[in-house]
Ligand binder design. Structure first.
Ligand code: MN
Length: 230
C-alpha cells in the first residue's frame, strides 16, 4: 500500500550530468577538511601531522550552478572554498584503493561555503561544525562530468575568482590524500552508496564573500560552478 504523508514529500536533491538529460540523485554529502598543504597552513594546522577530517552537509544544501542566492543568515564572515567533488556510482564498505577508484561515477566542481566565524568559535570550544558548514544553500555545484576511469595521477588547475579577481589557484596534484585514499578511509566509517557526493577539500586562498559578489570556480578537465550573492 502506498504511504500517505501528512506533508508533501520533498523533492530528491539532484545534480545535472554533462552530456545527458538524466540527473544524478543525491543521497548524502560528505566533505573532507585539510587536504591541501598550503590551506592546512593558512588555517593554522600542520599538513604532516593532521589526518583528513570528514564532515557532512545535508543533500538539500546543494545549489545548481548559475543561481543567485541570498547572503546566508547567521554569519558575518562567509568564506568560499573551491573543491573537486567526487560522485559515487557504486557502493563501498571497508573498500581497498582499487575498489574505491572503480566506484567513481564522475567529477564536478563545487564550493564548500563556510561560516568561518562560527567555525572558529566551534574549533576553539571543541564543538561540532554543523552550524559552520551544513547550512542552507551551502553547496553550489556544477554539472557532473562522467568518467570511465579515474586519472592517475590526478592533476589540473583548480581555481576561483570573485568579481573577476583571482582568489584561489591551485592544482589537483597538490591534494594530500588521493581520491581512492579518501574514499577508502571514508568507507571504513560509513557504508557509501551510489548517489553519495564527496567534497575533497580546498586549496589555499580562502576568503570572505559579500552581498553582490559573483563567484566563479573552475577545475581543468572537470567543469565550472558559479553563483551570485544578493
Ligand atoms: Mn572545505
Amino acid at each position: 500500500m502506498p504511504r500517505v504523508y501528512v506533508f508533501p514529500s520533498p523533492e530528491i536533491p539532484s545534480v545535472q550530468i554533462a552530456g545527458t538529460a538524466k540527473r544524478f540523485a543525491v543521497r548524502r554529502i560528505f566533505c573532507v577538511g585539510r587536504n591541501y598543504g598550503q590551506h592546512v597552513r593558512e588555517m593554522g594546522g600542520d599538513p604532516k601531522s593532521d589526518p583528513p577530517i570528514f564532515f557532512t552537509k545535508p543533500a538539500d544544501a546543494l545549489v545548481a550552478t548559475g543561481e543567485t542566492i541570498p547572503f546566508p543568515i547567521g554569519t558575518s564572515n562567509l568564506h568560499h572554498e573551491i573543491e573537486l567533488v567526487v560522485a559515487l556510482g557504486k557502493p563501498l564498505c571497508q573498500a581497498d584503493l582499487m575498489q574505491a577508484s572503480k566506484a567513481v561515477f564522475g567529477l564536478a566542481a563545487g564550493i564548500d561555503l563556510t561560516r568561518r566565524d562560527l567555525q572558529h568559535a566551534a574549533k576553539s570550544n571543541g564543538l561540532p561544525w554543523d552550524s559552520a558548514k551544513a547550512f542552507d544553500q551551502s553547496a553550489p555545484i556544477g554539472a557532473i562530468q562522467p568518467i570511465s576511469e579515474l586519472p592517475d595521477p590526478l592533476s589540473g588547475q583548480i581555481s576561483l575568482t570573485v568579481n573577476g579577481e583571482s582568489r584561489q589557484n591551485g592544482d589537483l596534484s597538490q591534494m594530500i590524500w588521493s581520491i581512492p585514499q579518501l574514499l577508502s578511509q571514508l568507507s571504513q566509517l560509513f557504508k557509501l552508496e551510489p548517489g553519495d557526493l564527496v567534497f575533497t577539500g580546498t586549496p589555499d586562498g580562502v576568503g570572505p564573500l559579500h552581498a553582490g559578489d559573483h563567484v566563479v570556480g573552475q577545475i581543468e578537465g572537470v567543469g565550472e560552478v558559479n553563483f551570485r550573492l544578493n
